[in-house]
Ligand binder design. Structure first.
Ligand SMILES: Cc1ncc(COP(=O)(O)O)c(C=O)c1O
Length: 468
């Protein structure tokens, strides 16, 4: 078979893979976080014609080792503290290989029976964290952005029963969506994709703590309603991308209840902090939401991609997404779910597998302690910043994002500090802009980061600050 491996090639590929994974793992701390690009190699990767006759397994692995890895960002580096992007957990590369081997199509259960129950078990565990019961459900997505897009789609179908037939063409008053000024851009993006129009997204101001102001939200909903518009949904954030602020979910839920609005919680960054005893109370009101997005590819350290949309009433997902078609068998086995009825995709990979495997292999408590360790490290970093005469915090540290500015340099110079830290191998941190002021953001979503790493970053920042 031209696309099969021979027994010998299989053995070679297995050996090559194991050796590559092992040497990559060992090399992580010594690798540059952002590589110095070999542009010639990259040009070759882009432009070399595909060979008519295959190069074989050994040559393929050599190219991966010599050309791909050196030009790839070391996401797993312990001082990768930028954005919300952690290292994959240790078992992930192996289970990803198995997922590729069995290639389940998680659209309907005939093509993926075990996968269907595994996805259900992951979803059930996650909904349980928010204390939702049997009627709840959800679907693994490509990430938090897709989860929010799916949530808003579901909210639209719920709010406008004729949405499937008429879309937004029925010529009625505009639907209005509410979120905070600190919301992730995926909310606006979803509104644009769905045809709601970003002009119909109200970015409600936040207080000094970067949490949505519920009093302003209530006024905005009432004003829009009085003006004949159609408020339909609030997207609250439990863990804003910049500062980790948790919106006042309980108060927002009251407003949603009073006005019949769908409450979606963007928990892509912060939702899974519910695993930490310390934050469970702050996230308790999430149980009142209609839907929540969470991102296993962030706090559960699943390799990209794995997001998840959770809905309190899973029938609402089916209302939005279930279509019948003569060429696809619909199942009626109560044990199995046809996930094509819960989201926009037909062909779908087995993303739930990497989440399920890791939680089974390491146990829930390993994830709890990784999250708690990250919280501790963020707090420690914040203490170092607060104790420094040349740095200051720009926002309270609620989760693991630490936003700071150096007081001895011009605001516009923070970008060059980021470049400096990256170039000298100290760390990859990200930029932040809060209340119109520029600064630096470190986000500890990395189970490899240690206190020594934080000290190294804080010392270097203090050194740069002292130089002025
Ligand atoms: C609050 C928040 N929402 C949404 C997203 C987008 O998630 P994803 O990158 O998985 O699409 C992020 C990403 O960092 C986030 O922090």
């Amino acid at each position: 078979m031209p696309l099969d491996l021979t027994e010998q090639e299989r053995a070679d590929a297995g050996r090559e893979l194991v050796a590559l994974l092992d040497s990559y793992e060992r090399s992580i701390p010594a690798r540059p976080i952002v590589p110095v690009l070999d542009r010639e190699v990259l040009r070759g990767l882009r432009e070399d014609p595909f060979p008519e006759r295959g190069l074989g397994v050994a040559r393929l692995f050599r190219d991966i080792r010599d050309k791909v890895l050196p030009n790839s960002t070391t996401v797993a580096h312990p001082r990768n503290l930028a954005y919300v992007l952690g290292p994959p957990n240790g078992i992930a590369p192996y289970t990803e290989a198995i997922a590729a081997a069995i290639n389940q199509n998680c659209n309907f259960s005939q093509l993926s029976p075990a996968a269907s129950v595994i996805e259900q078990s992951v979803v059930r565990w996650l909904t349980g964290l928010f204390e939702w019961g049997d009627g709840s459900g959800g679907i693994i997505t490509d990430g938090g952005s897709m989860a929010t897009l799916n949530a808003l789609t579901t909210a639209l179908h719920e709010h406008c029963p004729d949405f499937r037939a008429t879309g937004l063409q029925a010529g009625r008053a505009p639907l209005v969506l509410y979120t905070s000024q600190e919301a992730h851009r995926s909310v606006q993006k979803a509104a644009a994709i769905l045809g709601l129009g970003v002009d119909n997204v109200r970015s409600v101001p936040t207080g000094a703590d970067f949490r949505l102001r519920a009093d302003v939200l209530r006024q905005a909903v009432e004003a829009d309603r009085a003006a004949g518009l159609r408020p339909f949904c609030v997207v609250a954030t439990s863990g804003t991308v910049a500062t980790g602020a948790i919106d006042p979910i309980g108060e927002i839920a009251d407003i949603c209840a009073d006005h019949g609005l769908w409450l979606h919680i963007d928990g892509a960054y912060g939702g899974l902090f519910v695993l930490s005893e310390r934050l469970r109370g702050s996230l308790a009101a999430c149980t009142r939401a209609d839907s929540i997005s969470v991102d296993p590819h962030k706090l559960l350290f699943a390799p990209l991609e794995a997001g998840c949309l959770l809905v309190r009433d899973r029938r609402k997902l089916a209302d939005a997404y279930s279509f019948s078609s003569s060429y696809l068998p619909g199942g009626d086995d109560s044990l199995l779910v046809d996930y094509m009825d819960y989201g926009p995709q037909l062909s779908r990979g087995f993303k739930a597998f990497k989440v399920w495997s890791a939680v089974r292999a390491f146990g829930v408590s390993a994830f709890r302690s990784a999250i708690d360790d990250n919280l501790d490290l963020a707090r420690y970093f914040a203490e170092r910043v607060s104790a420094s005469p040349v740095m200051e915090l720009m926002a309270p540290v609620t989760l693991t994002a630490v936003c700071l500015r150096i007081t001895t340099i011009a605001e516009s110079a923070h970008d060059s500090v980021l470049r400096q830290l990256n170039a000298d191998g100290t760390a990859l941190l990200g930029p932040v802009r809060l209340n119109g002021r520029d600064g630096i953001r470190a986000c500890v979503t990395n189970y490899r980061t240690t206190k020594a790493d934080i000290d190294l970053v804080a010392d270097r920042l203090a050194g740069i600050a002292a130089e002025g």
